[in-house]
Design a protein around this ligand. Structure first.
Ligand code: FAD
Ligand code: NAP
Length: 481
């Protein structure tokens, strides 16, 4: 079946060296063309890891067919539901040997064991669908949200559409100093007329129009030399119109001498922080900016403080910390002092976390990953993993690409070495029958193209690149499912 699987990536950091889906490397393809193998490969998850693993397999094996299963009716994972709406870019790749099977939740609609039975190999690339909890008293109070849910909300992730964040407060506190924290801070503070030109959902736009949030504190348990965000994202914050930075020069004392020793990217980042912290605010026209963002260092969340009636969050109690050790490996230890930071909204941005997919698949609950050796799932021949579920929830798209190519390479090595089943496998034909008997209606790539066209057309009428469909039922109705 000549299905066309094309991926459009609304992505700012798409690596430049990306081979086309359609072309093959002759030398490597030849290695397989002598063998009568027509491998059926299954990939679970259609984020960067899933697509890049598929891309590698298709490029290096002329006869491989890849089916990409995805729980959402729409493809692309965090490229659609994670990347900030003000970071768009579109790229396309195509292959007739790759098919998208959306609206299929692996682990509930179909088991991993069933997929392993139907395919020569199964690659788990299902990302990290949970978040790292704070683990402190008051975390459950209204007014405390995970950054993950907030990001999902403004990006149209169906499960987060009922979030209804209360933005009627003056001050928000974000716990954690990674790039997700900066994304969230930026979305909270960006002038609405800028957001109106992005594909942020209409509901989020309306809530942000009414927002009273003027100050956003981004809190880290360690110091300026250990922030997890990167320079490009910091620069975007510094240049954000209508805002001013709030940095305490005391946090940067003595840093000038120490930055000589740190690696170059960290050095440049720290120099920018220093420059921003020690700038003359009086001379800066932004001193009068109506909104502000600040970095608080050496503060670890200890408790979410309730309002007097106990009904919602009114602040965060932070344990003051000091560092033990130096550089990236330095550990934050509490000094015994605490500080209360009043706020009406707490966003915990301590990182994402993968979940186990199916009891038959090994899972390391401590590390939150599938235990693997170079992408081979331990004690499970024919089962592989790539992306965040393989190595943990860190790394930009380029890191995920490299990691996914490596898993693709491992899989092909095993295929060549005869470690995968040698006889024919039914692939999608078997799974289609199972899904049909369970009342599951998969969404194909051409279905997605219809939804894509609908989103673009709805966006055009309001001057946005697209207006995302956020209700899976509406998507299926539009497809006549
Ligand atoms: P994901 O992108 O999460 O893809 C996993 C896919 O699996 C999803 O589509 C999910 O729906 C699907 N899935 C999950 N469970 C199942 C199941 N049971 N059955 C079927 N399918 C399932 N990197 C950059 O380079 N630039 C950026 O601007 C950038 N912005 C980011 C913003 C945020 C908020 C976050 C969190 C990350 C950002 N990153 C960015 C990092 C980048 O998103 C990751 O490196 C990348 O998405 C990880 O890819 P993945 O495929 O492992 O996971
Ligand atoms: P992250 O980069 O791992 O940052 C997590 C932050 O939470 C760190 O500051 C960490 O501090 C802190 N933290 C973790 N556990 C904590 C605890 N128990 N108490 C206090 N603080 C704690 O995670 P992320 O921001 O979710 O980003 C995930 C990945 O996506 C990153 O690789 C990021 O670069 C990428 N991303 C990229 C972009 C972009 O390119 N524009 C945008 C968004 C995300 P410690 O360092 O002290 O642990």
């Amino acid at each position: 079946m000549a299905l066309r699987c094309s991926c459009r990536w609304p992505w700012s950091a798409w690596p430049r060296t990306r081979p086309s889906f359609a072309r093959n490397t002759p030398s490597l393809c030849q290695q397989f063309s002598t063998q009568e193998i027509n491998p059926q490969i299954c990939v679970v998850g259609s984020g960067p890891a899933g697509f890049y693993t598929a891309q590698h397999v298709l490029k290096h094996h002329a006869k491989a067919h890849v089916d990409i299963y995805e729980r959402q009716p729409v493809p692309f994972g965090l490229v659609r539901f994670g990347v900030a709406p003000d970071h768009p870019e579109v790229k396309t790749a195509r292959s007739p040997r790759c098919a998208f099977r959306g609206n299929v939740a692996v682990g509930s609609d179909v088991t991993v064991a069933e997929l392993r039975e139907a395919y020569h190999a199964v690659v788990l690339s299902y990302g990290a669908e949970d978040h790292q909890t704070l683990g402190v008293q008051g975390e459950q109070l209204p007014g405390v949200l995970s950054a993950r849910a907030f990001v999902g909300w403004y990006n149209g992730l169906p499960e987060n559409q009922a979030l209804a964040p209360d933005l009627s407060c003056d001050t928000a506190v974000i716990l954690g100093q990674g790039n997700v924290a900066l994304d969230v801070a930026r979305i909270l503070l960006t002038p609405i007329e800028h957001l109106e030109k992005t594909d942020i959902t209409e509901a989020a736009l309306e809530a942000l129009r009414q927002s009273q949030v003027k100050t956003v504190w981004i809190v880290g348990r360690r110091g300026p030399l250990q922030v997890a965000f990167t320079i490009k994202e910091l620069r975007e914050m510094i240049q954000l119109p209508g805002t001013r930075p709030l940095l305490d020069p005391a946090d940067f004392l003595g840093l000038q001498d120490r930055i000589k020793e740190v690696p170059r990217p960290r050095k440049r980042l720290t120099e920018l922080l220093l420059q921003t912290a020690t700038g003359q605010p009086g001379a800066d026209h932004r001193a009068r900016a109506p909104r502000a963002w600040g970095l608080r260092f050496f503060r670890s969340p200890q408790q979410v403080l309730p309002s007097p009636d106990g009904q919602r969050a009114a602040g965060v109690r932070l344990a003051v910390t000091r560092l033990e050790g130096t550089g990236e490996a330095a550990r934050a230890v509490p000094t015994g002092d605490v500080e209360d930071l009043p706020c009406g909204l707490v966003l915990s941005s301590l990182g994402y976390r993968s979940r186990p997919i199916d009891p038959s698949v090994p899972f390391d609950p401590k590390l939150g990953i599938i235990p693997n050796t170079e992408g081979r799932v331990v004690d499970a021949p024919g089962l592989y993993c790539s992306g965040w579920v393989k190595r943990g929830p860190t790394g930009v798209i380029a890191t995920t690409m490299t990691d996914s190519f490596l898993t693709g390479q491992t899989l092909l090595q095993d295929l060549k070495a005869g470690l995968l089943p040698s006889g024919p496998r039914p692939g999608y034909a078997a799974i289609q029958a199972l899904l049909g008997s369970r009342g599951v209606r998969p969404v194909s790539f051409s279905d997605w193209e219809k939804l894509d066209a609908e989103e673009v057309s709805r966006g055009q009428s309001v001057g946005k690149p697209r207006e995302k469909l956020v209700d899976p039922q509406e998507m299926l109705r539009l497809l006549g499912h």
